[in-house]
Ligand binder design. Structure first.
Ligand code: SAH
Length: 217
């Protein structure tokens, strides 16, 4: 992508917040260096886009802390041929990062106004391999399954069963699983009829609300 006024700030963010905490995958670091995060936050807080924290994006939702985006992307082990499903489009930032690393991304949000803004952000950057859908992402998106990667970017009490069913053999699923206030970042790998779980530390996400997530508000 083109040079912009935040280029250096973004490079410092990658060094000091992301590489310094142990994210190593060079493709992931490059993608984060390239995608203009400031274009995914509301104009009024643009200058805060590269700070080490989540930021409000409207409708009570947040764009995740840059380090958490990097960590989840690395854990997903994205490869160039993959089709990836994201649950929780939010600003569209995480989907834009994934779009640089895999063939195709489908991202779902339950809130139409959030999905519309995510779509605008992606269009503005000319990103064409990311599709934004509106709906209950706890049901997955069967039409384009199976997925080599599934990333859940909202907190869920358990991994929604439909998502495991839509994961390809050898596929990875990354999700914050736990209570409403704090969750454990989990990576699941599907191997035949087995599912292997790993734990990757505590995180804090807004709730996943839907049939296989939290019910109601
Ligand atoms: N990945 C986003 C941040 C996600 S915030 C980014 O890069 O900016 C979590 C999002 O999950 C919110 O936008 C919320 O509306 C959405 N969400 C909550 N429950 C959902 C569900 N069942 N299906 C799809 N999206 C959901």
């Amino acid at each position: 992508m083109e040079r912009d006024e935040y280029q250096e700030e973004r490079a410092r963010m990658v060094e000091n917040q992301i590489a310094a905490r142990g994210v190593r995958d060079p493709r992931v670091l490059a993608a984060i260096r390239e995608v203009p995060r400031h274009l995914f936050v509301p104009g009024t807080i643009r200058s805060a886009a590269y700070q080490d924290r989540p930021l409000p994006i409207g409708s009570g939702q947040t764009i995740s802390q840059p380090y958490i985006v990097a960590l989840m992307t690395e854990l997903l082990e994205p490869s160039p041929g993959d089709t990836v499903l994201e649950i929780g489009a939010g600003s569209g930032y995480q989907a834009a990062i994934l779009g640089r690393l895999v063939a195709r991304v489908i991202t779902i949000d339950r809130l139409p106004e959030i999905a519309a803004t995510a779509r605008e952000h992606l269009q503005q950057l000319g990103i064409t391999n990311v599709e934004v859908e509106v709906g209950d992402g706890t049901l997955g998106f069967p039409a384009q399954a199976p997925y080599q990667g599934i990333l859940v970017t909202a907190a869920t009490p358990e991994i929604p069963a439909p998502l495991l069913a839509q994961l390809a053999d050898g596929g990875r699923l990354v999700a914050p699983v736990g209570g409403r206030d704090v969750q454990e970042l989990i990576r699941v790998r599907k191997k035949g009829d087995q599912v292997v779980r790993e734990y990757h530390g505590s995180v804090c996400f807004v709730p996943l609300i839907g049939e296989f997530g939290w019910k109601g508000r």
